[in-house]
Design a protein around this ligand. Structure first.
Ligand SMILES: [Zn+2]
Length: 264
């Protein structure tokens, strides 16, 4: 049986895919990445993500939201515009949203405002959250803890934090997305140890393509693609001492549960 992997973090509206998206999707499916969640990072990108899913499906769904980097562009119409987008059945999560104090492309106060607006949107629509966080765990956890009872669920995507942060996200019953960061022999070491403490039913895998090319890929490609999820899946499976088939099945089932996708 071929693998059936679900890439919960694919930035397929990125310019680097504009010329050969059909070939990228063909190769992804041939490699076993049969389901992908296309990330929306602004109102315009969320619309583009939905259009892409309609045109290039089946097996494609998307998020609708405003990334913390773009929080400074949040305007008073965004809540309503995003709500309208979430009415489409292909939009299965609110995000990418959260806080990123690593480089503060948007001022922290504006990031918190846009995040709370999207927490309210998730509460109102019943959709799960697709969460991003970097160097902002304290504020992010505080807001999530405040809203948790009203939110159906969520995934903290591209998790790279420490053990205590992981424990608190898991205590909120959130899913955890693991990227090719785990293949990084310098930065990913702590994550290789932490991944074994994530309950199997809370684990998701993702490429975050075209970013985060797994450092153990040979030859090294110029951009990351959904087809390389097989490589990340193998690395995580080895750490967990399960077969790649078992992990693919588990994480795809988890994604279907969280996002309300049809069963595999
Ligand atoms: Zn992100």
């Amino acid at each position: 049986m071929p693998l059936e992997l679900t890439d919960i973090g694919a930035n397929l509206t990125d310019r680097s895919f504009s010329r050969d998206l059909d070939e990228v999707l063909h190769q992804a499916r041939a490699a076993g990445t049969t389901r992908m969640l296309v990330t929306g990072t602004s109102l315009a990108e969320s619309r583009a993500a939905l259009a892409l899913c309609r045109e290039h499906g089946p097996g494609l769904w998307c998020t609708a939201g405003v990334h913390p980097h773009h929080a400074k562009d949040w305007d008073s119409n965004d809540y309503q515009q995003l709500t309208a987008l979430t009415e489409d059945p292909l939009v299965v999560a609110v995000g990418e949203t959260g806080l990123d104090y690593n480089r503060n492309f948007s001022p922290p106060a504006q990031q918190r405002f846009a995040f709370e607006q999207q927490l309210a949107l998730a509460a109102e629509t019943g959709l799960p959250l697709f969460l991003h966080e970097r160097d902002a765990a304290g504020d992010q956890l505080r807001l999530l803890e405040h809203w948790r009872e009203r939110i159906s669920g969520g995934v903290i995507h591209c998790f790279t934090g420490d053990g205590e942060t992981l424990r608190r996200y898991l205590a909120l019953d959130l899913y955890v997305g693991i990227t090719g960061w785990i293949c990084d022999e310098r930065r990913g070491l702590h994550l290789r140890q932490l991944v074994t403490s994530i309950p199997p039913q809370r684990l998701l895998v993702e490429t975050d393509c075209p970013y985060l090319v797994p450092r153990t890929l040979r030859p090294r490609p110029r951009r990351n693609e959904p087809k390389y999820l097989t490589h990340i899946n193998e690395q995580v499976a080895a750490l967990l001492r399960v077969s790649p088939e078992q992990l693919a099945q588990q994480t795809s089932r988890n994604a279907a549960t969280l996002l309300g996708l049809p069963p595999l």
